[in-house]
Design a protein around this ligand. Sequence first.
Ligand code: N01
Length: 529
Amino acid sequence: MSEHLDCVIIGAGFSGLAMLAHLREAGLQCVVVDRQDGVGGTWRANRYPGVRTDSDYPIYSFSFSPEVRDEWRWTQRYAPGAEVLAYLEFVTDRLDLRRDMRFGMDLQRAEFRDGTWHLTFADGSIVSCRYLISCMGILDQPIWPNVPGLDTFEGILLHSMQWPSEGVDLRGKRVGLIGLGSSGLQILPAIAPECAEVYVFQRQPNYVVDSTFFPVSDEEMELTRRDYDRIWERAKAHPFGVDMVVPDHGAMDVDDDERRRIFESKWQEGGHHFANETFHDLATDPAASEAASDFIRSKIREIVTDPVTAALLCPTDYSFNGKRVPTGHRYYETYNRPNVHLVDVKSVPIARVTRDSIVIGDSAYPLDVLICATGFDAMTGPLTRIDIVGRHGVTLREKWADGIRTNLGISVHGFPNFFMSIGPQTPYSNLPVPIQLGAQWVTRAIQFADQHGIQLEATPESEEWWAAEVDAAGRKTVMYEEGLKAKAWFFGANVPGKPRELLVYMGGGQKYQELCRAAEADGYRSFRA
Ligand code: N01
């Protein structure tokens, strides 16, 4: 393949679909390329048992297509991964996007020369375009644990993100699980009933908010459809992009009994409800965050029958919001099963993996299967693994070696007509909201550039301004101190050697959208280097 296009969009997940729909409607000739064999992005890659969203279905979908809104039927409040994937397939077909999509296209290099982006793919295909748009998501670079001997394991070795689409038969197997972030803690309850034994190797416990996966009735679906515009407006106005109203009281404004009653009232509703609908300051006041931590620790002790296991599951090194809050489903209850064994690998770290076991101190745990739910090189990883070369011959990897620089997480100085959907330094949020708004913003920016015959590229001043804003906004939250303590991925702290800096904007999605609108109203001056 060798051709010239207006736009090439890299990635066929939520971002790529929204971007293609909007750019095509604006009359641009676009193609989406993806290295996987179909649409779905993260939802095609992550097919591990138990995978599902932690956002309620109305806000984990697009608002822009009346056809999709009216015709798609969600079945569960927190949709399972297969249902989200089916939704994205449905969107693709209903909006006739597939004709402009190419799969199995692994981008190796993109270079800006003579006013054009020149792309080279692993299969030798060459494509050129005027606009290059990254829709690669935030989590496409898996990390394996840095444990000696991992490659000598002769059983089944799996990463949560690379689960075989045909599934894995775990019946009667001895299974080891490393990693208890959102992925690992969804996997555990889903696999425990079928395995002979599960050994959970925990380095750092998490604050897991449990949830109930209510089915969605016909009546509720109809109400959601009817109310959708209002739901979307509320999500747009919320700092975290969810359809919730920020409470007017802080956790310390009420007495202990009332605080506990309020926490309890949201406990069963899941992560975002607990984090956003109890008190307004769980992300900004260390005392409020500690109160939430205390409440969750008390729930752990209430649910987990073995006191030693319960104590190990209680985080003490960082407080609530120090990591992205995960939603579980009977996660803590699973430790009451006789075949589930929690192994502390913080006080005695994993020594090595052998051909058939994990060795910790003097003990060897024999395993048939080892699952690594050990996370991602988040936000920057998808962009720095490819040679994206700007007009000075510098790659994004080189440009960001001493610190990320972008204007609003959308554009980078030295990389003309290159845009990022949910790039580094965009909001910490339920993602479909900034994804859709971002696709609409980029489409208008490209129309503006075409009308004025100009190229768009962040100015150096805008990059310095935005880096300072990102840092200042982060420092006002508990995510800053607690995230560093917890070695959270949003600091890059989970990747050996990666500089510690905030990879996301913590100032709120609504504030961020205001800034994007202001840049647009200003004639994109901060994007006209
Ligand atoms: O990854 P993580 P994830 N030995 O980085 C452990 C999104 N997501 O894939 O805390 C032992 O959170 C590590 O331990 P520690 C969501 O944004 C969403 O689970 O560093 N353990 C940690 O427990 C989420 O935040 C959904 O001590 C090791 C785990 O691996 C993001 O993806 C579902 C280790 C990694 O946790 C990432 O989640 C799934 C070692 N050597 C994911 N190395 C939804 O529900 C690492 N760990 C929408």
